[in-house]
Design a protein around this ligand. Structure first.
Ligand code: ZN
Length: 412
């Protein structure tokens, strides 16, 4: 366990100046024990081995250490336990201690799940796809399966309290829940809660208010629908803004232990990846892509932190259901829910762009004959392209849909 010093400092609005010193990072602060020791006379040391120390440089403070700071805050009724999380992955704590263990001493870390093998408890997941790709139908299906403790297409549901942040509109969600309940022939439980206001998780104040609202009875999982609508004034393409957004989501996760699922859009030209700064992908534990063709959608696994990704999770038809709710003309309002179908019902239409076709033809002709890289492909057909950029743009728009690049750089 490590103490998350920066989270503690930011969370309590403690001003600091950060310096890298030998074997540690020093955070200069005003002394907590004597107001006169105000000229950044005190400092925290985040040591390279992850431990934290506190010193004030005045003699009168010589008995005050990190433990005294903890006790001081505890006496102010601040819950210090939330800062003691093992978050070295996210905060890049420098680890220089070299320990050797015998294999017999190693304990297996068991993953804690909301949905087994799919959504980790306290983890960050993104589900992305084009607008209208059916990703919110998939997420609603997932959220309702969790809330109703219903096995999710073969994966065991382990926890049940759902909070859905629905910028899309609560009424639509309610209709979809009715359609889902008809589809599954299950009466909806009361484990599904919803926030209908658009919240900005780019904003520290809003994030803190949100944490305060949920922390006494935190949900097991929070669905954020969508990233764009909860990004506030930030710019999704900016690494700085994305990191700030992720920081706030991490703060929610570490204060509540909830899992977070972000619903997100595909990149504009690169359909195989999510839109915006790549910093998001780095922070994710799980990522899933939703694609749609006519009324059939397909879900693939694009990131599993500890396992090989790329597997197909399921193919579904978006089926219309009668909700039994009447509109102003006394006609029944329709909604939809997913029915699992055979994977070959999802057919990919060949690409239509002129440059896309050249690449796609080459791929079809050669995929069973030889192994090749993107560069080798370009060498073979470069005469057909005016500029390399045209090749690259067309190639990027096809990657992930018609073919993938293996870790070794081969096209498959
Ligand atoms: Zn002092």
């Amino acid at each position: 366990m490590n103490f998350n010093l920066e989270y503690f400092l930011n969370d309590n609005n403690i001003k600091y100046k950060k310096n890298k010193v030998e074997n540690a990072i020093r955070y200069d602060v005003t002394c907590f024990f004597d107001k006169n020791h105000s000229n950044r006379d005190a400092a925290f040391y985040l040591n390279d081995n992850g431990s934290v120390a506190y010193y004030c440089f005045h003699d009168s403070c010589k008995n005050n250490n990190f433990k005294s700071v903890i006790n001081l805050f505890k006496n102010k009724n601040i819950d210090m336990s939330k800062y003691w999380n093992d978050i070295k992955d996210n905060n890049n704590f420098l680890k220089n201690d070299i320990s050797i263990y015998n294999l017999n001493e190693i304990e297996i870390e068991k993953n804690d799940w909301v949905i087994k093998n799919l959504i980790g408890y306290n983890k960050l997941t993104s589900i992305f796809g084009d607008p209208g790709s059916g990703k919110s139908f998939y997420c609603i299906d997932m959220a309702l399966s969790i809330a109703n403790n219903l096995n999710f297409y073969g994966n065991k549901v382990k926890r049940n309290k759902v909070l859905y942040v629905a910028a899309e509109g609560a009424s639509t969600i309610k209709l979809r829940a009715i359609a889902w309940s008809k589809n599954k022939k299950i009466k909806n439980s009361n484990n599904f809660n919803i926030i209908t206001k658009p919240l900005s998780f780019s904003d520290a104040d809003t994030t803190n208010k949100f944490i305060n609202k949920i922390k006494d009875n935190p949900p097991d999982i929070i669905f954020i629908d969508t990233l764009a609508r909860t990004f506030g004034a930030g710019d999704e393409s900016s690494t700085k803004d994305m990191n700030n957004y992720i920081y706030n989501l991490d703060k929610i996760r570490y204060s509540t232990n909830s899992a977070i699922v972000i619903i997100h859009h595909t990149g504009h030209s690169e359909k195989h990846r999510a839109r915006g700064s790549i910093a998001l992908n780095g922070a994710l534990d799980f990522e899933y892509r939703v694609e749609k063709n006519d009324d059939i959608i397909r879900i693939t696994d694009t990131k599993q932190k500890d396992a090989k990704s790329g597997s197909l999770l399921g193919t579904f038809r978006i089926e219309t259901f009668n909700t039994d709710i009447l509109d102003e003309d006394e006609e029944c309002i329709l909604s939809a829910s997913l029915i699992q179908v055979n994977e070959n019902e999802f057919t990919i239409k060949p690409p239509t762009g002129i440059n896309q076709k050249k690449i796609y033809q080459y791929f079809l002709k050669n995929k069973n004959k030889k192994i090749f890289t993107k560069e080798e492909m370009y060498e073979d057909i470069k005469d057909q392209f005016k500029r390399k950029k045209m090749f690259n743009d067309a190639f990027n728009s096809l990657e992930g849909i018609y073919f993938n690049i293996s870790e070794d750089g081969y096209i498959e």
